[in-house]
Design a binder for this molecule. Structure first.
Ligand SMILES: Cc1cc2nc3c(=O)[nH]c(=O)nc-3n(C[C@H](O)[C@H](O)[C@H](O)COP(=O)(O)O)c2cc1C
Length: 342
């Protein structure tokens, strides 16, 4: 039996298989009001029809200025709850579980005027503005914004929430020594912001709901942190209430002299290292397109779940096709069975 198709349980999150759709921004809110629309309905619901164990909705902003672009989704007010609930209910109808990634782009918010960040240091890239350095009071308001967003996610019926602590966005900006040059408590103790975000989210969701966090296990800019160096920060997040890490890397700036090797399963060993060091379940992600690679990461116990991003943009039925390839009975939707008969 392929491990990919064994069930998995974390607190009250019960998955039918180990396949995760990772968060992927659709940049499709053309009304620019953050509201998910027909595109999001079709996109997420079709991945449920395709047999995905856990769908994690794209980075969704806890504050209007937290969007990467104005075409991103939001959850910064209660007005968003019904639209999200519709997607959640439909995804449940087709047998998948669904979480939402709560995020704030900080200095990488391209349409915010100005963007905000721990310090007034612009992201190194064309077109990025110099951000406003958040006051201590503003930092605390944003921590609360994550908590309020998590409460809305629960009201919309999501099965789990994922805090975006990776890819050079706000939580990552606070724990990155190259970006956070503050002299208040949030600068003297780099993981403090992320830790308080975790606590605010934890307080807003039921005790038996699993809280996930995505982290960049290493930075690729010159003098960026290594996976060994981020371990203690992740430990703080775990102790504050994170139940599972979703292990990615990079995103904080241009890749430095050390380079970045994007080969199959390129981030899986970092996931395995954090899993072992912190004794915490992990999701591995990054070029696991080939069914055998995804299966091997699970077999070798590098991760508990595997996320399949771009390959699932190409193929919403990736889980069905993986099951066929790994000779497991596939979860083919009944109306589509004829498509698989010779
Ligand atoms: C179109 C697109 C949008 C993405 N948006 C997000 C996002 O909202 N949040 C996030 O954490 N990662 C985001 N990512 C990264 C993916 O979740 C994933 O980590 C990455 O694509 C590597 O996995 P893959 O090789 O399976 O695609 C995005 C990737 C793509 C291709």
């Amino acid at each position: 039996m392929a491990k990919l198709f064994t069930p998995y349980k974390l607190k009250n999150l019960e998955l039918k298989n180990r396949v995760v759709l990772p968060p992927m921004c659709q940049y499709s809110v053309h009304t620019k009001d953050g509201m998910p629309n027909e595109w999001h309905n079709v996109h997420y619901i079709s991945r449920a029809v395709g047999g995905t164990g856990l769908i994690i909705v794209e980075m969704t902003a806890v504050h209007p200025d937290g969007r990467i672009t104005d075409e991103d989704t939001g959850i910064w007010s209660d007005d968003f709850i019904p639209a999200w609930r519709h997607i959640v209910d439909q995804v449940h109808n087709y047998g998948s579980k669904i979480g939402i990634q709560l995020g704030h782009a900080g200095r990488k918010a391209e349409d915010a005027n100005p963007p905000v960040a721990p310090s007034a240091i612009a992201y190194d890239g064309e077109g990025y503005k110099e951000p406003h350095a958040l006051s201590t009071a503003e930092v605390e308001e944003l921590i609360q914004a994550y908590g309020d967003a998590a409460r809305r996610a629960v009201e919309a019926g999501f099965d789990t929430v994922e805090i975006h602590g990776a890819h050079g966005y706000l939580v990552h900006q606070f724990h990155s020594p190259l970006v956070n040059k503050r002299d208040d408590e949030y600068g003297k103790d780099l993981p403090l912001f992320g830790e308080k975000v975790v606590q605010a989210v934890r307080k807003a969701v039921p005790d038996d709901m699993a809280v996930l966090m995505r982290v960049s296990a290493r930075e690729y800019v010159d003098h960026g942190y290594s996976v060994n160096e981020i371990e203690d920060t992740c430990r703080r997040y775990r102790d504050a209430g994170v139940d599972m890490l979703h292990v990615s890397s990079g995103g904080e700036g241009p890749v430095g002299a050390g380079g970045m090797k994007v080969v199959p399963a390129y981030q899986a060993e970092m996931a395995a290292q954090l899993k072992r060091a912190l004794n915490i379940p992990v999701i591995a992600v990054g070029l696991l397109d080939e069914y055998e690679d995804a299966e091997r990461v699970l077999e070798q116990d590098q991760a508990d779940l595997v996320a399949i991003g771009r390959a699932m943009l190409r193929d919403p039925y990736w889980p069905v096709h993986a099951a066929k390839a790994l000779q497991v009975e596939a979860d083919v939707p009944v109306p589509y069975l004829r498509g698989y008969r010779k």
